[in-house]
Design a protein around this ligand. Sequence first.
Ligand code: S3P
Length: 179
Amino acid sequence: MGEQNIILIGYMGAGKTSVGEMLARYAGKTLIDTDWLIEAAAGMDIPRIFETVGEAEFRRLETEVLTGLLDTADGDIISTGGGLPLREENRGILKKLGTVIYLQVEPQTVLERLKGDQTRPLLQAEDVEARVKSMLAERGPIYGSAAHRTVSVDGRTPEEIAGEIIGMTDYKKSGRIPG
Ligand code: S3P
């Protein structure tokens, strides 16, 4: 592995992909998103993966793709699926991969952003609000323990959040956040 990477973790709807895209533009890179890598490897989108081979196989692919990044990522911006840090093995790999930033989000923000979303199998519940609250309560401490830094995202734009992240890392000091 060459240069340090920046890895974004956090719950669904925290903005990992949009903040990641902003950071990647700043760095002159293409965002690497673990969900996209899995979809490409499986030749199916995520709902279809859950439906046909199941969540356990999805989680296995997640670890496989993450391990691969140890060899290939080099000064990259990486966004991750919301459940990726739950495996202890993955948390070890994340820390090896670079600076891990936890995008912390409140349940209300998630509910507003993901209203009507059909691409996330784990949120296709009868009571989405209860599901989001209980998952966040369970996962919050795990995200915290997997990350070097935590950034709160509620009520903020991807530009603001990306700016804060650039300020807290020494990533490509000379660049600028595109507006
Ligand atoms: C998941 C989050 C999703 C995707 C899958 C499972 C999770 O990614 O990996 O649906 O367990 O939180 P996003 O966080 O990008 O939505």
